[in-house]
Ligand binder design. Structure first.
Ligand code: AMP
Length: 431
């Protein structure tokens, strides 16, 4: 048996190998194109932030902060964390760079790695990637609907079918306290039937119980009072409008009165996106988000109405693979250069440079000498044309162009080859 290499990735971390890059690139391309159409601009924030930003922002009682943050002290004594999510950092940047003084709303998108010390599972990593959007400085319910629409369209553009938006409202500071009181007294009277985590949640943040996935807690949860019956008029109106906007753009949604999400900063609209498989809504969310109007005051100088979403890139990739959705190879290489002999190899390097300047992708295996190995690589890459440069051609300053589909060959002067290939590729494109 082969010896295991000395070093492996750290638990929960994963390499993104060359063959998987096309998935990340595709999600980046689809996400950025749709977001930019709607006027979003890209932002990158550091991977390391002040730990307090998340402790206060995401909430000290949440699982993310309590159990899952990678926190450490720097040599200079700062208490920092690897970012577990994007929203708090973006709001920090919004204030830090005076974006609150710009015309509102400010619309931002991001794509990058996030870190949570979770129990690693098939679709749960300790470093994972998210694509996210945030709209800052606008309270209208049409923004909530637009954020949902964008998340939905990204999944749709990635060729997913049966996408479902689970949606709920968790009220605001007017109506939520009373609802929390009701929930507390409901769960208190059933405390002995709750799982240990929910008993803790009952003390720290009763809403979290609604998020519990433990079998034991499900029947109790199913009878719990619903916030929809206890919303203030403003929240009721806001939620009604969000749903009307979604109806208007024909986004299928499922009202889930117990959806609360794992972060403390939400107010009003919360949602998650999943896929329906044989009629059943999958338990694994591909993404989610909501409105977070109060977060500005918690981590910054003032409240800012805002709404955002984050899609989980690895979850999406897993599903793309399961559903066998075709993602084209990144760089289609329609031309392949075959060289035979020393002089041909020397000339090949220069010729490849000329193709690069002409922006035509050309595949090669310069390390190989034999015709058969190189032809088979050309076939593997599905090249339409092979350029064959043998000893004789190299001496005479010519090159053979072989059409890989019909096997026909023609010889052209070396200095004309780029022009001829350009013409052939553009005729192919027009066909
Ligand atoms: P959240 O920031 O918790 O709302 O997560 C948004 C999305 O990111 C989720 O719906 C998942 O698709 C994805 N996600 C969250 N945590 C992980 C993780 N540990 N590993 C992989 N994907 C994750």
């Amino acid at each position: 048996m082969a010896k295991k290499p000395k070093f492996q990735t750290v638990k929960g971390m994963h390499d993104i190998l060359p063959e998987d890059q096309k998935y990340y690139r595709k999600i980046y391309e689809v996400g950025s194109k749709i977001a930019e159409f709607y006027g979003f601009k890209k932002i990158d924030t550091p991977i390391i932030e002040d730990a307090d930003l998340f402790i206060r922002g995401v909430g000290s009682a949440t699982d993310i902060v309590k159990k899952e943050m990678f926190t450490f002290r720097t040599k200079g004594g700062e208490n920092v964390a690897l970012r577990p999510e994007g929203t708090a950092s973006i709001l920090r940047a919004y204030f830090q760079h005076g974006m609150h003084t710009l015309p509102q709303p400010v619309k931002l998108w991001y794509f990058g790695p996030f870190f949570r010390y979770e129990k690693p599972q098939a679709d749960r990593y300790r470093q994972f990637w998210q694509f996210g959007i945030e709209v800052l400085g606008e309270s209208s319910p049409i923004i909530d609907a637009q954020v949902i629409l964008i998340s939905y369209n990204i999944l749709k553009e990635l060729k997913f079918k049966d996408i479902v938006v689970n949606i709920n409202t968790i009220g605001c500071r007017q109506c939520r306290p009373y609802y929390k009181k009701l929930l507390t007294s409901y769960f208190k009277s059933r405390v002995s039937s709750l799982c240990p985590d929910c008993r803790r949640r009952l003390q720290e943040n009763v809403l979290r119980i609604l998020d519990c996935k433990q079998e034991k807690c499900q029947p109790i949860k199913a009878q719990a009072p619903q916030i929809l019956d206890h919303l203030c008029d403003e929240c009721k109106e806001h939620f009604k409008s969000v749903l009307e906007f979604l109806d208007g753009v024909e986004i299928p949604y499922n009202l889930d009165p117990y959806l609360v999400r794992g972060l403390d900063y939400y107010t009003r609209t919360v949602f998650e996106l999943s896929i329906k498989d044989s009629g059943e809504i999958s338990q694994t969310a591909l993404g989610g988000g909501g409105r977070y109007d109060l977060l500005g005051k918690i981590i910054g100088p003032k409240e800012v109405p805002a709404c955002g979403t984050a899609l989980g890139v690895e979850r999406i990739i897993k599903l793309i693979k399961e559903k066998e959705i075709k993602i084209p190879e990144e760089k289609e290489c329609q031309v392949f250069l075959i060289q035979l002999g020393d002089l041909a190899r020397i000339k090949s390097l220069k010729l490849l440079e000329e193709f690069r300047k002409a922006r035509i992708n050309v595949g090669e295996s310069l390390g190989k000498g034999g015709m058969r190995a190189q032809l088979s690589r050309a076939n593997q890459l599905k090249a339409k044309y092979a350029l064959i440069l043998g000893q004789k051609e190299a001496v005479d300053g010519i090159i053979i162009i072989k059409n890989m589909e019909n096997g026909k060959q023609e010889t052209v002067k070396m200095e004309k080859v780029i022009e001829v290939i350009k013409k052939k590729l553009s005729t192919n494109r027009k066909k």
